[in-house]
Design a protein around this ligand. Sequence first.
Ligand code: SAH
Length: 362
Amino acid sequence: MTELKEKIKARIATEGPLPVAHYMAQCLGDPDRGYYRTREPFGSEGDFITAPEVSQMFGELVGAACIAAFQALGEPEAFNLVELGPGRGTLMADLLRTASLRPGFIAAAQLNLVETSPRLRKIQQATLAGAPLKPAFHDAVEDIPEGPFILVANEFFDALPIHQFVRTPDGWQARVVGLDAGGELTFGAGTARIPDSDIPADFRNAPPGTILETQPAANAIAEGLGHRLARDGGAAIIIDYGYLKSATGDTLQALYRHAYDDVLAHPGEADLTAHVNFEALAGAALRGGAASHAFLTQGEFLLRSGLLERAGSLGTGKTHEEQEAIRDAVERLAAPAQMGDLFKVLALSSTPAPFPPFDSIP
Ligand code: SAH
C-alpha cells in the first residue's frame, strides 16, 4: 500500500469520487508524494526509458531539426531555446552539442527549461554543467520570456492530466475513481450527466461502455504556443506517443519498473500517462495562431534526419559490441514495432511552411 493511496482514499471518503484528471494530477504532482516529485523514473533502475536515454543520436537529430528551424526563421539574432519537461537533461545536452556546429545558433540562443520538479531541475543543471548555455528554469510555459523561440518537448504532453468520459445507457458521464464496498480504489461513472454538446459529434452515439478521452491541459498549452508563435515567431517540435486521428478508447496506463501496472495499484510510485491526441493538439495550436503544422512518425522523422548516416559515423572505429549497441538503438528508436510508429512528431511553425525534415501540409 502506498502512502499516496491512503491519502487519495481519505480524500475520496470526504470529497466523493475523483474525476480521472484529478486522480492523475495527484498521482504525478502531489507536492509530497507525487511521482515526479519523489521517484527516479528514468533508466534501467526506474520505470521507463525515453528516446534520449536510448541513444545520443536522438537528441543530436532533434538538434539538427532545430538548426533547420533556426534557418527557416531567418536566423534571428536572439531567440529562446525552450524545452518542456527535460527529464534528466540528456536531450538538451545532445541537442546543444549538435547545435554548436552552427555558430550563430548558440550565440543567439537563451536556454529556458520548463520543469516543475525541483529534484529533476538539479539533475538537469548537473547534466548541462558543461553545456555552452546556462538554463533559466520556469514552472510554466507562460513564464517563458517574450521573443521568438524554438521549442522541443519529448514525452511531456503524455504526462498531463486527461479527462475520461464513459457512455452509459443514460448518456455520457465523467469517469471517476471512487471506493468500492471494501474501501479499495475503483473506477466508476460520475453522477452528473455530461451534456452531449461537450462530446464530439462523431462519438455522441457510441455504444454504452465506450470511453472517450479529452486533454484540456495539453490543448491549452498547445493553444498558448500557437498564440506565442503568431505573436513572437518561432517553431516547436513535439514528440510523444499517441494517435493522429481522434478516436474512442481508454489509453490511461501505468508503468511500474518497466512493466504495465494496474492504474489504481501504486499511486505516486508508478508513472501514469495517456496517449496524446495529436489531431486535437495540432488543432489547438492552429486555433491559437500557429501558421503551419506537419506530422511524421518518429521513425520517419529520424530516418529523414539522417539516423542511419549518424549511426554509421558514430560506429566508425568502435568495437564490435559498441557497434552492436548502436544498431540496437537504431532499431529501438525507429523500427515500426518498437518506438518508430507509436511515437509521432508534430512540427509547429509561425511560418507558412514548416522546416525540414517536415513536409508542408497542402
Ligand atoms: N523529456 C524527458 C522526460 C520526459 S518525462 C525525456 O524524454 O527523457 C516528463 C517530464 O516532464 C519530467 O521532467 C517531468 O518532471 C516534467 N513534467 C511533468 N509534468 C509537468 C508540468 N505540468 N509542467 C512542467 N513539467 C512537467
